[in-house]
Design a protein around this ligand. Structure first.
Ligand code: NAD
Length: 430
């Protein structure tokens, strides 16, 4: 066959976004570590299906506004597609493609039987009334309904969406399926309609399970360890709680209002109660105020960045004094900073494993919905521990064997699992 070199360069514009291009660089580097089959690698460089929908919504003033929504299904070799739905003004197809790819590699390295997907609507949800948000969610659900379902693609909450959004999604889908309840179509639902106990704290707990295992590998214990946490939202506050319960000293935390330091250890339950009442730590006086930069550079046994992406890069990587970093947030340490920190002996538990607790318990929620049999919280936490530590140990073993950093090891293990499954299933049609 002649070479395919006269193709329209704009055909793949949705594959040119920075998030996806960055993911591709890491994927290609990791693929070399396992000598990945080039035909498999070729297929892993593109999403399987990108759905773009127009979502007309009746606004409170009686007018109709059309929003643009997406659902990208990246790869379903390992099982039904799984990934969140984001409502944000920056959402576009290229971003959703990047996020769907990350879900594919995360689910694979975690060893759960799910593929990767992501969805979103380009909208500023803070400017919508509750009714408008409900109308938007119901019409978006209806538009993508042919592509989702408990055996096809199972969305979940992400930035700008929450358990209530999932409840509306589940109700709309169920009404369109003859009115029969279909709880398994989404996860992250309220417990009353098929959500899972333990989902709310799952990501923070997973961060601490992996931190504890990394400490063990260094011959250390959580008991008495000095911990610093950036971000005190869902992930950060529960990570702080579970670390404190293990006897660690949480010497600093921060949120959007600033950083809070106490060398003897902060009172985590009191701070959580303060945030519940005041929405943030603004005005909390029982700690010394510090800046975000100071917090990141504190000497500690473990630094847990649980807020935003891009917090540690080439500019501050040399200044980090933590002995290990456990990535509660997605992408807090850049690829270049990872290399610098790795050289300096700082152990990094990468985001795809460290914050995997959320999607693992989402997987449990889906299983419980299918069985219509619900587990108690203790059971959920114990099963989470089993799954996340198995993934951690697999990746650590690969790291030791190949002498690479944990991030490269995680991607390589992930691609290896996908490669095996894709080769077994083969190409349809031949
Ligand atoms: P959240 O909104 O509940 O909390 C975010 C926290 O970060 C808040 O305390 C906020 O005040 C703080 N923050 C914002 N800007 C800050 C700044 N400049 N400096 C310091 N703190 C700042 O969000 P979350 O659910 O806890 O998610 C946090 C991160 O974890 C995100 O990267 C998210 O993608 C990732 N994550 C979350 C889950 C989950 O289940 N919630 C799962 C996987 C990954």
């Amino acid at each position: 066959m002649p070479a395919q070199d006269n193709l329209n360069p704009h055909a793949n514009a949705h594959l040119q976004g920075p998030l996806f291009q960055n993911a591709l660089t890491t994927i290609n580097e990791a693929a070399k570590l396992i000598n990945c089959d080039p035909n498999i690698l070729e297929r892993l460089q593109q999403p399987r299906r990108c759905v773009t929908v127009s979502v007309p919504v009746r606004m409170d003033d009686g007018s109709v506004k059309c929003f643009t929504g997406y659902r990208v299904q990246y790869n379903s070799t390992l099982g039904p597609y799984k990934g969140g739905i984001r409502y944000h003004q920056n959402v576009d197809l290229a971003e959703v493609v990047g996020l769907a790819a990350l879900m594919t590699f995360k689910n694979s390295v975690l060893g759960i039987p799910l593929g990767g997907a992501k969805g979103g609507i380009c909208v500023d949800p803070t400017k919508l009334s509750r009714t408008e948000k409900q109308n938007l969610t119901r019409r978006y659900t209806s538009e993508i309904a042919p592509f989702v379902g408990p055996t096809k693609d199972i969305p979940a909450p992400d930035v700008g969406t929450d358990p209530q959004t999932m409840a509306w999604f589940m109700d709309t889908y169920s009404q369109e399926q003859g009115g029969y309840a279909q709880p398994g179509v989404v996860t992250g639902k309220p417990v009353e309609i098929g959500g899972s106990l333990g989902r709310n704290h799952a990501t923070g707990l997973g961060v601490i399970y992996t931190c504890e295992r990394a400490m063990e590998l260094k011959g250390k214990s959580m008991q008495g360890a000095k911990i610093v946490i950036q971000g005190f939202g869902n992930v950060g506050s529960f990570a702080a709680k579970f670390a404190a319960e293990r006897g660690s000293r949480i010497i600093a935390v921060s949120d959007v209002s600033g950083g809070y330091f106490n060398g003897d250890g902060l009172n985590v339950p009191e701070m959580m109660a303060y945030v519940k009442e005041n929405k943030s730590l603004k005005g909390y006086t029982k700690a010394q105020p510090i800046s975000n930069a100071e917090l990141l550079e504190l000497e500690c046994d473990a630094l847990l960045p649980c807020a935003l992406e891009g917090q540690i890069d080439v500019h501050n990587a040399e200044k980090i004094k933590a002995k290990m970093i456990v990535e509660g947030a997605n992408g807090p340490v850049s690829a270049a900073a990872t290399k610098i920190l790795d050289k300096r002996g700082v152990y990094i538990v990468p985001d795809v494993i460290a914050n995997g607790g959320g999607v693992i318990v989402s997987y449990f929620e889906w299983v419980q919905d299918i069985m219509s049999f619900f587990w108690d919280e203790h059971d959920v936490d114990a099963k989470l521990k089993g799954v996340i530590l198995k993934a951690f140990d697999n990746v650590h073993k690969f790291k030791e064997e190949k002498n690479v950093d944990m991030r490269s090891a995680a991607l390589a293990v992930s691609i290896q699992r996908l490669e095996k499954a894709m080769l077994l299933r083969g190409l349809y049609p031949r």
